[in-house]
Write a protein of this length. Sequence first.
Length: 325
Amino acid sequence: MIRTENLCKHYGKFPALKNLNLHIEKGTVFGFIGPNGAGKSTTMLILATLLKPTSGRAWVGGLDVMNQGEEVRRIIGYMPDFFGVYDNLTALEYLEFYAACYGIDKQIRRKIALELLELVNLQDKRDAFVDGLSRGMKQRLGLARALVHDPELLILDEPASGLDPRARIEFREVLKELREMGKTVMISSHILPELASLCDSIGVMEQGELVANGSVADITAQIQQGRTLEVRVLHGADTVKQYLEKTAYVLSAHIEENKIIVKVNGDESVQAELLQELVAQKIPVVSFSEISVNIEDVFLQITGGNREVMEHETVVATMDQSGTG
């Protein structure tokens, strides 16, 4: 659905984007991670045909972004991190207005607008003036606006900004629905744990460059050179630990309370093989699972970033969300 080839953007002498080569499959949710100034918004603006690159090429749905801008705009829905609203329109009128801008027949504009308000859980605000909505509600209305012409691709720049915890859960459910509908979603966010649960794959940007690209599990496995497992047994944890330490692809094993924490060198097939061996040895395994990844640690390891800065950005974003509905 999205492909870029050596995409570059310079603001004067400053390189905001450096030879970006990106490929996003149709029907997937792709997360863009990176601090301010990393090049995420610049990339999204180029893909949305709102900014011309200095060099390189980009395609959306097989259409050339630079030479087929009008056709590209018909198949994308773009939601910036901040957008203006019209003071004297209600939420329903706002969506009907944008439906008219896209040339949607007058007979079905209201039906589409009402369905979208229900999708983003704003049906009870249909007659409320847009300017009087909270920031979080405006964000959800902005998502509805991006969907009004039923685009194939959604480009969402910091869409969770201003949403309280409950609204974020609702937003994730909307994204799941959109994925089930076959839509492709490109989403950026500073709230890193949120992307880990939302996205099929992620891209990590640092100083205008794509420094990592793939699923969270794959990227983490590359960094950690393996995976970390939690094994609980009914009894004999010390004996099981000694057995595991002698296994070829086990890097280390130690006991924490009644659990054995095992680092293995390999992918899911190695995990399956290890479990089969434990069962074959008649070891009473109570539970066997991979320890979930801390995506913030992944980001910091990839970029060599400053944890204090990243924690500050996450705290600020979370505080910003907690005050709105």
